[in-house]
Design a binder for this molecule. Structure first.
Ligand SMILES: Cc1ncc(COP(=O)(O)O)c(C=O)c1O
Length: 395
């Protein structure tokens, strides 16, 4: 995967530098055609027959087969169908039930808010205690009362990455389970859940996996926990024989018990088609390219705009995800002025300009162009434009 390789396989407009694949991945080639086929042939012509003929019920398993190698697990242990938030609710309740003698759920306060909200909701529902940990030392909060430590592998604001294996081992020594949110990891950095001995994981598919806006999340439960794991949304799609229409709920064995309702066929079909972009691409080559991109961005920002931004993303490769975050008092204006110059990043409150580098389609030339335009924005003080005083609903 050469840094200078032309963008191919993605429908990106010529001249646009897209550095927001850590929020919404770009549209891979072939997805629109595949969706059109699903709409017209499978749904339009096939109608109800397509549940069998087009094997819509098997979409989750087929997609699991493509995502599993990116996160170091077996496809048999992965389920897709709900949002990350709902998946997190299911896996967190299941985790708490796996440790009935413990009453504390640990979350880091700087994590993506939905993790904190969902886990606080689970704590409330189950009569458990929510405990915030120090992101600099999450294990310090883990003692013999802790059922689960939930962490986001790569931080959405700073791009800092936790040492998954070391933290998982440390939590296990204290008898706690560990759940990883892989939203900012899957498809961008190597993840080895099995090698790390992790217990549960969730991750979205609309960022580096390019599944499209709101595409269904994946969840993973380690095989050794599945027999005892009980998720709370006991719908018919987790039943051992949904079409027996039995009165009583009997979970199907294995990860499929994490299903609840009818699968979102259109969204899953788009996701399946988009994952073809990973065919024949090794995770190691993606990582190598991702680091080349973020290294170059950091070096150019430091060289060309010294002292203008604080680079909050760690320099050490082992602690860096696939984004670079720059702190600036007027970060919102900086991002908006860059968008006006066809460089798309995003803003996170209160003062972070975020640039995601998707190793599947970003090039070293994208990095050079982005920094050129950033220099122009700052030189002309375009970020001070009063038009940027009011923020959009989605930043
Ligand atoms: C770390 C993390 N977790 C969860 C989510 C979102 O969850 P959902 O897919 O339910 O919107 C995001 C979204 O950006 C995220 O960054």
């Amino acid at each position: 995967m050469s840094g200078e390789s032309p963008v191919s396989g993605f429908e990106l407009t010529e001249g646009l530098v897209y550095l927001d694949g850590n929020s919404l991945g770009a549209l891979p080639s072939g997805v629109a055609e595949r969706l059109d086929d699903v709409l017209r042939r499978e749904w339009g012509a096939g109608l109800i027959r397509s549940w069998n003929d087009a094997k819509w019920m098997e979409l989750s398993q087929r997609i699991a087969g493509k995502i599993a190698p990116l996160v170091g697990v077996s496809p048999d242990d992965v389920h897709l169908g709900d949002s990350t938030s709902v998946s997190l609710f299911k896996t967190t309740v299941a985790a708490a039930r796996l440790r009935p003698d413990r009453h504390v759920l640990v979350v880091e306060p700087s994590t993506f808010p939905t993790d904190g909200y969902i886990i606080a909701g689970v704590a409330d529902l189950m009569g458990l205690e929510l405990r915030w940990c120090d992101p600099a030392d999450p294990l310090a909060a883990v003692d013999e009362d802790v059922a689960l430590l939930n962490l986001t592998h790569v931080d959405f604001r700073t791009g800092a990455m936790f040492d998954m294996a070391a933290i998982t081992a440390g939590a296990h020594e204290r008898g706690a389970l560990v759940q990883w949110d892989l939203c900012h990891s899957a498809g961008a950095v190597p993840v080895d859940l099995t090698g790390a001995g992790a217990d549960l994981a969730v991750g979205c598919t609309y960022k580096y996996l390019n599944g499209g806006p709101g595409s269904p999340a994946f969840l993973w439960v380690a095989p050794e926990h599945q027999a005892a794991a009980r998720q709370p949304i006991t719908g018919w799609m987790g039943h051992q024989s949904p079409f027996a229409m039995a009165r009583d709920y009997e979970p199907t064995p294995g990860i499929r018990a994490f299903g609840s309702g009818t699968p979102p066929v259109l969204a899953l079909s788009a996701l399946e088609a988009s994952l073809a972009a990973f065919d024949g691409v090794s995770v190691d080559s993606l990582r190598e390219h991702s680091l080349a991109l973020t290294d170059l961005f950091i070096a150019l920002v430091e060289e060309r705009l010294p002292g203008v931004f604080e680079i909050v993303t760690p320099r050490e490769h082992s602690r860096r995800g696939s984004q670079v975050s720059l702190r600036h008092e007027q970060a919102y204006g900086v991002v908006q002025a860059l968008i006006a110059r066809e460089v798309i990043g995003d803003f996170r409150d209160p003062d972070i300009a975020r640039f995601g580098f998707a190793p599947l389609y970003n090039t070293l030339d994208d990095v050079r162009t982005a920094v050129d335009r950033l220099e122009q924005v700052m030189a002309a003080e375009e970020h001070r434009d009063p038009a940027y005083a009011e923020r959009n609903a989605v930043t």
